[in-house]
Design a binder for this molecule. Structure first.
Ligand SMILES: NC(=O)CCC(=O)C(=O)O
Length: 261
């Protein structure tokens, strides 16, 4: 599976500008690299302009989906479209979207754990649906969003549902970059799966973002790592047979004793 990951500098509060930027990026990676899957970071339309979300968040099935679906089809590329703020009947959610190369929305996930440190609980409502996996190119995948990374149960649940690749979209603060690095690597090793992380750079409201988008193998090997401060595109080819290889070499899923803990 060939992946293109956009470590993006999101301009907070201006979705149209960010959509233009993503349109340009998708075209460029499609022409230059022909990836199977493109991956975007967290809250890439609005950034953390949380007080403005009532005005600038998408409606359900709104602008961003209308904009991305034809691009996925035109470039014959699945798009794991990071996450965006979406207005729902119950409030605004931080929603991850996956669009197939046929231009169909095949999966959504609403961020369950809202970040107190970035004031998310004041402006957003947490997801209430159980996590689920989805299939791309015959591979079972899962998505989670930034702060979710601190809750190992969520990636474990996705792995138990069969995920061989877990995608993490983030706008993780630079002040805790070492934790981002360590948690991503731990999630790969303990779940014996690939971790694909799309992060952001730049900053907003006094918070700088950590960069360090990355692709990590089930063995914990860093296959690709982006800069801490600059926008960057990571291109990675992942060999999915490594998942079963590592699961055979170190059979932790068979050694589990969940009835005892
Ligand atoms: N956008 C986020 O979820 C940031 C998470 C964070 O700041 C942390 O876990 O630390």
């Amino acid at each position: 599976m060939k992946l293109a990951i956009y470590q993006m500098e999101v301009q907070a509060g201006v979705p149209d500008e960010n959509r233009k930027k993503v349109q340009h990026w998708l075209r460029e990676v499609a022409v230059k690299h022909r990836p199977d899957v493109a991956v975007l970071p967290e809250m890439w339309t609005t950034g953390y302009a949380l007080p403005d979300l009532e005005e600038i968040a998408d409606d359900e099935f709104g602008e961003t989906l209308t904009f991305l679906k034809p691009l996925a089809k035109e470039y014959k590329m699945d798009i794991i479209a990071g996450s965006i703020a979406v207005k729902t009947k119950g409030g605004i959610v931080n929603r991850a979207l996956t669009i197939s190369k046929k231009g169909e929305l095949i999966h959504t996930y609403d961020k369950i754990h809202l970040v107190p440190m970035l004031d998310e609980p004041r402006y957003l409502v947490g997801g209430k649906e159980k996590v689920t996996t989805y299939d791309l190119h015959g591979t079972t995948m899962g998505s989670l969003i930034c702060y979710d990374l601190r809750f190992p149960e969520i990636s474990r649940t996705l792995a138990l549902q069969g995920a061989k690749v877990i995608v993490v979209m983030g706008e993780w603060p630079a002040a805790r970059r070492e934790q981002w690095d360590a948690l991503l690597r731990a999630r790969a090793i303990e779940n014996q799966c690939f971790i694909v992380a799309a992060g952001a750079v730049g900053g907003h409201n006094g918070t700088n973002y950590s960069g360090h988008s990355t692709v990590i193998s089930p063995w914990g090997k860093i296959i690709e790592l982006a800069d801490a401060e600059k926008e960057e595109t990571l291109i990675a080819n992942i060999d999915l047979t490594e998942v079963n290889e590592f699961r055979t070499a170190v059979p932790t899923f068979e050694s589990r004793e969940p009835s005892l803990y």
